[in-house]
Write a protein that binds this ligand. Structure first.
Ligand code: HEM
Length: 492
């Protein structure tokens, strides 16, 4: 009886005009309804109504792009909330952090979530870039999206870097002092860049305000815009990349299965293809695709819960660091940049020019030009392109680590400055581990490309060797460098 009355009320509500104006479809039970829901819902229309099964394969994407997006969402929400409790003033900022810790309900959880999501985003966006690279998903028509991605990566790093200063503790103050001094190494314009960033010659109120405005307004706006274009391009480029043979070929001649088959010599206007059965204007037949509702949507919801769950757990069990109040007269020894710049700091310790200018400059230039250099069609949508590619990636990665360690060891034992403290800077810039590493990795990849007669294999060798060297340098900078940037054992 009461059940009947409840369902009567539910029916009346769900059939009422206000309800129908908000939810135009009932629960989408049929395929047509599901497609209609995907098209007409503001949030869902960003997704396609149908997707290729390869898109859903976890071992293909590892869901890294969406995980990056979810981390961005978590950062935006926690960041907005943190803004209620933060004043960008050298007098207040540090005390606001303490208030979050001790006086604001859930303040510490909020700050921890923001901090771990930020570190997570720096790591995951990089892994997403690696996935896109190793599956050669930068090939036409996705070159532009790759370049956009490189911009997104830089904006992400810059967002994290600008956020680093805001707690105004010793860690923040000196990490930014070191980070901005790396930015000042380019000849002629370096000092101007630093002054522009800091609003003066040292980290102070001017820098805090600039970093704050960049962190909460300018960079998030740029990021949001770039992400929107990035997603739009994924749709316009025909969804995610996939191996050529992932889609069965279309019927050989028109009418084989009673449907329209395109003549490859002709271009078609819309009115020529809408009549008749299902049109097939590309090599891909929509029949092989699966509905995004529920296949894709369900996975996306689960992924969101996983990402959010991991961040909340990290925030519960690990507190974001907060050292003493920033003190410009007491530099820690050593002062270290944020962890993702520690590889650069290690290189800068050998040569400011090579580590601070040449390597970052070539890195960004190299990344942007990959799709324009490697244009051959081989192995798109396949991890490492082929078995050979996998071997090259593995050996380049594994081999570069001991080689890099060897160079650093030789430098520590027989380095120029050790025996010739007065050696001119130009000679030191030329003969130091940073330059030697750069030149040998470049020569190695050219050798691989020449031997294999393949630019793709050269690119895999270059990317993997560079990745290995950078990860190793980052580990060294984090754990094996002590006072005066001398070698230490982390357990001492
Ligand atoms: C805020 C940063 C970023 C976000 C939120 C993001 C998000 C996404 C998402 C959701 C996808 C679709 C599928 C997937 O792989 O999960 C995707 C695809 C793609 N992303 Fe990103 N991305 C970001 C940064 C980057 C970076 C740094 C690069 C490379 C330099 C990049 C290059 C690409 C390319 C080329 C595709 C198409 C891949 C394909 O067709 O297989 N993205 N991105």
């Amino acid at each position: 009886m009461s059940n009947g009355r409840t369902s009567g009320i539910v029916d009346r509500v769900t059939e009422s005009r206000p309800w129908r104006s908000l939810f135009r479809h009932g629960y989408p039970a049929t395929e047509l309804d599901r497609m209609a829901t995907m098209f007409t819902n503001f949030f869902l229309h960003v997704l396609p109504a149908k997707v290729h099964p390869n898109t859903l394969r976890l071992p293909y994407t590892w869901a890294l792009g969406m995980a990056t997006f979810y981390l961005t969402v978590i950062l935006f929400v926690t960041g907005f909330l943190l803004m209620f409790f933060y004043i960008p003033s050298t007098e207040w900022a540090y005390h606001n952090m303490k208030d979050l810790q001790f006086a604001v309900s859930f303040g510490l959880l909020l700050r921890n979530m923001h901090r771990w999501a930020a570190h997570g985003m720096v790591a995951i966006v990089f892994l997403h870039m690696c996935r896109v690279f190793y599956t050669a998903s930068y090939r036409p028509p996705r070159e532009f999206n790759w370049v956009l991605g490189v911009l997104l990566w830089l904006v992400t790093l810059f967002l994290s870097f600008t956020g680093y200063l805001l707690p105004w503790d010793q860690l923040a103050f000196w990490a930014i002092t070191v980070g901005t001094s790396i930015a000042s190494y380019p000849p002629w314009i370096g000092e101007t860049i630093r002054v522009l960033m800091l609003g003066g010659h040292q980290v102070g109120q001017g820098a805090l305000l600039r970093f704050y405005v960049l962190h909460v307004a300018i960079l998030p706006t740029v990021l949001g815009l770039l992400v929107a274009i990035h997603f739009w391009r994924v749709r316009k480029d025909g969804g995610l990349s996939r191996p050529e043979d992932a889609t069965p070929t279309t019927p050989a001649s028109p009418g084989d299965d009673g449907r329209f088959a395109p003549d490859p010599q002709k271009t078609y206007a819309l009115m020529e293809v809408v009549r008749g059965g299902t049109p097939m204007v590309a090599a891909q037949a929509p029949e092989e695709e699966v509905p995004a509702w529920p296949q894709l949507l369900f996975r996306l919801l689960v992924l969101f819960q996983v990402v959010l769950g991991v961040i909340v757990l990290l925030a519960i069990f690990f507190d974001a660091p907060l050292e003493e109040l920033a003190n410009a007269t007491h530099p820690p020894n050593p002062a270290k940049a944020p962890w993702y710049f520690l590889g650069l700091q290690e290189l800068v310790s050998y040569s400011a020019l090579v580590g601070g200018v040449v390597v970052p400059g070539l890195l960004v230039l190299g990344l942007v030009s990959i799709p324009y250099i490697d244009r051959a069609g081989e192995g798109e949508g396949v991890w490492f392109t082929s078995k050979q590619g996998k071997r090259i990636a593995l050996w380049s990665f594994v081999g570069t680590a001991p080689y890099t360690l060897g160079l650093l060891y030789l430098n520590a034992r027989f380095g120029l400055r050790r025996f010739f403290p007065e050696a001119p800077q130009a000679v030191v810039d030329l003969l130091n581990p940073a330059t030697l590493l750069l030149v040998s990795i470049a020569a190695f990849s050219v050798g691989v490309g020449w031997r294999m007669r393949s630019r793709r294999m050269a690119a895999i060798a270059l990317f993997s060797a560079f990745l290995s060297a950078y990860v190793l340098l980052m580990i060294i900078g984090t754990f094996f460098r002590g006072p005066n940037w001398d070698w230490i054992w982390p357990w001492n």
